[in-house]
Design a protein around this ligand. Structure first.
Ligand code: UD1
Length: 381
């Protein structure tokens, strides 16, 4: 028997995190893998598809400029429903918490096709933070038949919601698998500015995009960055700005043309991973960077008030600093001025995986489909 697995994704980080799963499943004769992208992101997705040599069989190309949530969701839902009707999967694998994730799981449910959720069980327990991601992942969790939880804390969240224990596999996060293929010491940047850079001073990498931070919080973050640079002349900021015009409208007027701030278009994923590996500190509201940077030994200041990823806060490589200018600046100053505080954070403790998450996803699927009686050995954190 061959299991016909449809992988469904649409935005850049989902693509990065699904790429190792696609590679692992494609290696195994038990699976026939069909890749299906919504194209919720266009340019940012295409770059990742190219990097990992993924050729989607289906591409819905749903992105519009300044797309709103209901229209994005309905385009993804109807498009995926058409596909699943015409070309029935044995299981649909979705990832994480985007509109594509929920649309993919809901379309599968409407066609009575089983759903596997990769990166399952992350929760802040606050419906609106992050918005709409918390509900996307929760609703996907209710529809899923198989849950690939990255950590034991995620498993515990699912158990509290009544998910059957046998359907949960703790795998680690597949982003660690991806990082192992992209980061290397001899790496040559594609971006011409990064290629010319010497990385002698301290480089701070900034990335923000979250919907709940649009407007005033993002303005506060931008001002915090200028304050921090004002205090540390040996520091410089590299800020690849998300293509969302709502983000660019805030960031560019405040930060462009300033000394020691380089604003770039979004970087290729391999450039971004290698930039992070060479940086001193990451300031972000992103979810994925909270997983990537700790495994590179780079401290992260998370400019949010809560996180669905408490593991690296516990191990000490991530700090939550809120979205207010003063709060962000105070913590950054302490870290940049005090070597002991910095060293305490900059240890490469990695609660998110050992690079074998995709193998566990593949083995978990085989187990779930009754093709082996052996459960995969689980990730321990
Ligand atoms: C989405 C996800 C978020 C994830 C993020 C990663 C939802 C609700 N949110 O947010 O969870 O962390 O992706 O980036 O699913 N754009 C382009 N080209 C691109 C990508 C985006 O022009 O390649 C612009 C478009 O104008 C688009 C806008 O960015 O309308 C916003 O994209 P959207 O998918 O709505 O939301 P994100 O903020 O990227």
């Amino acid at each position: 028997m061959t299991i016909k697995v449809f992988t469904v994704f649409g935005v850049r980080p989902e693509a990065v995190k699904m790429a190792p799963v696609i590679a692992e499943l494609s290696r195994r004769p038990e699976f026939a893998v069909v890749t299906c992208v919504t194209g919720q992101h266009r340019q940012m997705l295409d770059q990742v598809l190219k990097l990992f040599h993924i050729q989607p069989r289906y591409d819905l190309n749903i992105m519009r400029d300044r797309q709103d949530l209901p229209a994005t969701f309905s385009r993804a839902l109807t498009g995926l429903d058409d596909i699943f009707r015409a070309d029935r999967p044995d299981i649909v694998l979705v990832h994480g918490d985007t509109l594509t994730t929920f649309a993919g799981s809901f379309a599968a449910f409407l066609n009575q096709v089983p759903v596997g959720h990769v990166e399952a069980g992350l929760r802040t327990h606050n419906k609106y933070l992050p918005f709409p991601e918390e509900m996307n992942r929760k609703l996907t969790g209710s529809l899923a038949d198989v849950h690939f939880a990255p950590t034991n804390a995620c498993r515990a969240n699912l158990l509290r919601e009544g998910v059957q224990e046998e359907s949960i596999y703790v795998t680690g996060n597949t982003v660690i698998d991806a990082l192992r293929t992209t980061v290397s010491e001899a790496y040559e940047f594609h971006n011409p500015i990064l290629r010319e850079m010497s990385f002698t001073g301290r480089v701070l990498v900034v990335e923000v995009h979250r919907r709940e931070n649009w407007g005033e919080p993002m303005r506060q973050m931008s001002l915090a960055i200028t304050d921090i640079l004002g205090k540390f002349p040996d520091c410089r900021v590299i800020f690849p700005v998300h293509l969302n015009p709502v983000v660019r409208d805030v960031v560019y007027p405040l930060l462009s043309g300033q000394d020691r701030i380089t604003l770039l278009d979004p970087l290729d994923t391999d450039d971004f991973h290698n930039l992070m590996a060479r940086s001193h500190l990451v300031l972000t509201d992103s979810g994925g960077l909270q997983e990537e940077a700790p495994s590179l030994g780079v401290p992260v200041l998370v400019m949010r008030n809560n996180t669905e990823r408490p593991e690296a806060v516990e191990t000490g490589t991530v700090k939550l600093v809120g979205t207010e200018r003063e709060g962000i600046v105070a913590v950054a100053i302490e870290l940049l001025a005090n070597k002991t505080s910095y060293q305490a954070m900059a240890k490469a403790v990695n609660p998110y995986g050992d690079g074998k998450a995709s193998v566990r996803v593949a083995e978990g699927l085989l187990h779930n489909f009754g093709m082996t009686t052996i459960r995969p050995e689980e990730w321990k954190y």
